[in-house]
Design a protein around this ligand. Sequence first.
Ligand code: ZN
Length: 92
Amino acid sequence: MYRNVMEEIVEELLNEVFETNPNVCRDCPSCRIDITAHALNRLPPKYVVHEKGRALTRIDLRDPQIRTDILSVLAQSITVINQNRWCEKAKK
Ligand SMILES: [Zn+2]
């Protein structure tokens, strides 16, 4: 088995960004998925082998550079999705 741990990292950091960004369409599954997909298309995938008894290699989020890079992509994705959103909240 293998999987892209960048997906988990983006979701984790997105929670932080949502907390500090009042303009985001929060608690909206549709916008959340749009933002996540938009950001993942702009970040390098990070595949790891996922097996029982084998430690996962994780991207070190304590590295300020990695963290800053991902957060800046997320901020761009939020802006783009906010401007082009078609969810129920935007229609009102
Ligand atoms: Zn929304």
